[in-house]
Design a protein around this ligand. Structure first.
Ligand code: MG
Length: 259
């Protein structure tokens, strides 16, 4: 009797888990640096994250760096309004602000905001350090640890240009979804090294016309960046890519016919 009851609990738990995971939007649209362009918002701001959620994107992409004093912050460039992020303390960065009044978001604040909803995934790019590989790997360790501490694993998928960073993420959390950005590695090699997806510039798939099919056959997801015009979007949609990363999510939704 006790066995049966525990088995029932497992079934109920699995149904609950499947349902929770099924809630994320099922479209292919990933807003690059959040959804900022049409709305006139700062890239990588909390406002651009929330706008990507409001548009119904599958994912909001963003970039993280490590300050001199070990705080993970969200910004695209390695400087924030003229201040070199890796050589500045977090307190120093707080003296600058986005035009909408936001300060530079910490990764913790960004994740906490994103976790208020379960429709849009948080596509976390670990930026390569301008100092050295050790700093990139330290940022990777701290990021994966923070995602774990906040229980944000369900929302977060990782992307990176540094091949070593992606391998480190896989080592730290073998269940993490990690896609490689640089475009210089064949699908089978990325798969062997623990990557779960390719996220290459769309021109790479033209140079290597077999890679999308090969990646899919290996169970890797295929994403392309940064695709901002209709013909390129349509070309990729015709090849059944899983995701398209774009500065123009509204346009991509239009191409998809409102799906
Ligand atoms: Mg990025």
């Amino acid at each position: 009797m006790r066995m049966k009851k525990s088995a029932l609990y497992v079934v109920v738990y699995l149904l609950f888990a499947v349902n929770v995971f099924a809630q994320f939007n099922k479209n292919i649209v990933i807003a690059h640096r959040g959804a900022w362009k049409v709305a006139g918002l700062p890239e990588n701001s909390i406002a651009s994250l929330n706008h990507a959620v409001a548009l119904g994107c599958h994912g909001a992409e963003f970039d993280v760096h490590l300050t001199k004093d070990g705080v993970i912050v969200v910004n695209h460039d390695d400087n924030f309004y003229g201040m070199d992020i890796e050589k500045a303390t977090y307190a120093e960065l707080l003296t600058k602000q986005h035009p909408n009044g936001e300060k530079i978001p910490t990764l913790e604040a960004y994740l906490r905001e994103g976790m208020k909803q379960t429709k849009t995934k948080l596509i976390l790019e670990i930026k390569t350090s301008t100092v050295n590989l050790d700093r990139s790997l330290e940022l990777t360790r701290l990021t994966v640890a923070l995602v774990k501490k906040l229980k944000a694993e369900k929302w977060v998928e990782y992307i990176c240009f540094s091949y070593d960073v992606g391998k480190k993420i896989h080592e730290l959390n073998p269940k993490a979804k990690v896609a490689y950005l640089t475009g210089d590695v064949a699908p089978d090699v990325a798969k062997k090294d623990g990557y779960t997806g390719l996220d290459y510039h769309f021109s790479v798939y033209k140079e290597h016309p077999t890679w999308i099919k090969e990646a899919k056959a290996l169970g890797l997801t295929v994403n392309a960046w940064t695709v901002n015009d209709k013909p390129e979007m349509q070309t990729l949609i015709n090849q059944n890519v899983e995701y398209i990363t774009t500065n123009e999510p509204e346009l991509l939704f239009e191409v998809l016919g409102g799906k």
